[in-house]
Design a protein around this ligand. Structure first.
Ligand code: 7TS
Length: 421
């Protein structure tokens, strides 16, 4: 038997990042080489890289705290429970939620939306009702509502967008009717980068007492989110896109609504008492957290939130904005390039096509240069249909990316044209 000793690297727990540009050394994977070239990671919308503190926190949990939570009286179980619940408190502050109980840990954005569709939706959407989504949604904010509408005989309605990739707000206002039972919209589009005016859109829905779910998967890594200020009813995001571990995410829900909603899944932890005749459900947030959760993931997300807070999301947003403007200005000058998504308000996403060249070929040639971008439909096929393209090449940025990396991307695009153009 081998006795494997994991050496925890000099931890960055107490190291305060001083500036955004000085943060790269906190991300071990950014220093890898790919195909003999330094890795240039521009696929942050798919998932972000993890700072050492998040990796260390997960390792430390398994080395010193691992235990099941909420059910043991022994030392380790209490320690793990405390760490997990502390992470919930960090999420509450991160989203500026009024109550701890409003923070439900889920597997990710996808599960958060399915939870609302299956619990709130099944309870409140009836035959002839409407669910309103937008034309730029990720599949995970389309399909759960389609499933619900099919089951209930309800209709899925879609807010259209213009050629720049901005939602047409006049049309939105018209689509809000007495039949609309919920609005589900993305804060930031993963395929286009559009930042939607969700505060204004929520206000319109609220005037008619229609609840709003916001898909925040692409927003939380780039901007401050205050669910009380937004006055949304549900807000969902994934840990892995905000520098935390995979397999965990968050559903924020307004307490009053969550209390009235039936459980999403049954099992351990979500009950107060069970007999064969009747089960009494647990209080919030546990009513929606059946089974052993992703404990290390939740704790790792807490570490990621601490890290992002030290950097300051406002500063992150400003830096990324500069990076996006720099990249856009250079990319539009490449002959034959068309940018998909030219909204006035954009965040960190640059989707494009090159005339006569398939996006997958762009991705493959860039990969040979060590540059990671995503190509395909980005789980947003209706967006591709709207713009008449089968797929796009997408560079997506995080605060650890640099102008030099943007230059390398642009040189790579010229190389693609040289080879295939
Ligand atoms: N909503 C949006 C806006 C997203 O961008 C994504 C993932 C999801 C929901 C689903 O998140 P998950 O963590 O539950 O999978 N978007 C992407 C992407 O753009 N490339 O890979 C995943």
């Amino acid at each position: 038997m081998t006795n494997v000793q994991i050496e925890i690297p000099a931890t960055l727990v107490d190291e305060k990042p001083v500036s955004i540009t000085g943060c790269r050394h906190h991300f071990p994977l950014l220093h890898e080489r790919v195909n003999g070239k330094p890795l240039i990671y521009l696929d942050n919308a798919a998932t972000s890289q993890k700072p050492q503190i998040v990796i260390d926190t997960v390792i430390k949990y398994y080395q010193t705290e691992n235990s099941n939570i909420h059910r043991g009286v022994h030392y380790l179980s209490e320690k793990a429970t405390q760490a997990y619940e502390k992470a919930r408190g960090k999420v509450q502050q991160f989203l500026h939620a009024a109550y701890r109980e409003e923070i439900i840990f889920v597997r990710g954005t996808t599960e958060g939306i399915n939870l609302v569709a299956q619990s709130y939706g099944r309870q409140n959407v009836k035959e002839g009702d409407e669910v309103l989504i937008s034309a730029m949604e990720h599949h995970s904010n389309i399909v759960p509502w389609q499933i619900l509408c099919e089951e209930k005989g309800a209709t899925l309605c879609v807010i259209p967008m213009n050629d720049a990739g901005e939602l047409v707000l006049d049309e939105y206002e018209k689509l809000l009717t007495a039949r609309t039972k919920i609005v589900a919209i993305t804060h930031v589009s993963n395929a286009l980068g559009t930042v939607n005016p969700i505060k204004q859109m929520i206000a319109s829905a609220r005037k008619r007492s229609i609840p709003v779910l916001v898909d925040g998967a692409q927003a939380v890594p780039h901007m401050n989110v205050d669910v009380q200020d937004l006055e949304c009813d549900f807000y969902v995001f994934s840990s892995h896109k905000v520098f935390g571990p995979t397999g965990v995410g968050v559903l924020y829900g307004r307490k009053r609504l969550l209390e009235a909603m039936p459980p999403y899944q049954g099992g351990g932890d979500m009950i107060k008492s069970v007999t064969f005749e009747k089960t009494v459900y647990n209080d919030l947030p546990y009513k929606f957290e059946a089974g052993t959760p992703n404990i290390s993931g939740g704790i790792g997300l807490g570490a990621a939130i601490d890290y992002v807070n030290k950097l300051d999301l406002k500063a992150i947003g400003e830096y990324e904005h500069e990076l996006l403007a720099y990249a856009t200005e250079k990319l539009v000058k490449v002959p034959g390039v068309r940018i998909i998504g030219t909204a006035k308000e954009k965040a960190a996403v640059l989707s494009f096509v090159i005339e006569g060249i398939h996006p997958h070929d762009v991705g493959t040639i860039l990969d040979a240069e060590g540059i990671a971008i995503r190509t395909g439909h980005h789980c947003a096929q209706p967006v591709m249909q709207r713009f008449g393209v089968p797929a796009t090449a997408r560079a997506s940025f995080a605060f650890y990316n640099t102008k030099e990396e943007v230059d390398a991307l642009i040189n790579g695009v010229y190389k693609v044209k040289e080879i295939l153009g």
